[in-house]
Design a protein around this ligand. Structure first.
Ligand code: SF4
Length: 216
């Protein structure tokens, strides 16, 4: 496919996904401020958003600001987060991130990719989620496992490396849509284009997707 054709293909994908998943162009992680979104996103690695929302509903009643978390030992968070995978590491990273935010960022979640990724346990995916959903800044595209599956099946990338996929997608979609692309690919991945099985027969992209007639 030529570069210009690929852009047209990407534009059509976005248009159809917007018609099908109009209500899903936002994070399903519940939060009231950038700090809560950062914590929820850190907790969401390899865990379902629904489960994270149950955990944070209790957690944010007990502790609110970065200063509250910075005072804790990571182990004090275990009783809140132990239902989630990798909870020990997540708890430790959240407390360390809170300490750094208190000492280096005057208690405010940084609004830059460099600032966010300087925090322990925060990679580009988490930083992109916080920048776009909490601050309205489209610095890149948050690539999770659904985005990896969907990007490859749609023929927009041929790699499982999130940073390489992000680099491909930012060239194909206009910046103002970057946050939407992430949310829509996640919605598609949860609905019809799951890693374990694809359900092309009921997919909104079945007429155009390069993998719709490919088995597996
Ligand atoms: S048509 Fe099939 S392979 Fe293509 S995006 Fe939809 S579910 Fe995935």
């Amino acid at each position: 496919m030529k570069a210009s054709e690929k852009k047209d293909y990407a534009r059509d994908i976005l248009r159809l996904l917007k018609t099908r998943y109009a209500d899903e162009m936002q994070t399903s992680l519940e939060h009231a401020n950038p700090w809560e979104l950062l914590v929820a996103t850190m907790l969401s690695a390899q865990s379902q958003d629904k489960q994270v929302n149950k955990v944070t509903a209790r957690l944010f009643k007990a502790y609110k600001k970065p200063a509250d978390f910075a005072r804790l030992d990571g182990r004090e968070l275990y009783r809140f987060v132990r239902s989630l995978g990798l909870y020990r590491n997540k708890a430790k990273n959240i407390v360390s991130a809170a300490e750094i935010i208190e000492t280096e960022f005057k208690g405010k979640v940084p609004k830059t990719m460099a600032g966010l990724t300087s925090l322990p346990g925060v990679g580009r995916k988490t930083a992109n989620v916080v920048l776009s959903n909490a601050f309205g800044i489209n610095e890149g595209i948050a690539i999770d496992t659904h985005c990896i599956t969907v990007s490859n099946r749609l023929g927009l990338a041929r790699t499982r490396d999130p940073e390489k996929i992000e680099a491909k997608l930012v060239k194909l979609f206009p910046r103002k849509e970057w946050s939407n692309v992430s949310h829509l690919f996640i919605a598609l991945g949860r609905d019809t284009c799951q890693a374990k099985a694809k359900h092309c027969e009921r997919c909104v992209l079945k007429r155009m997707c390069v993998s719709s007639t490919v088995k597996g």
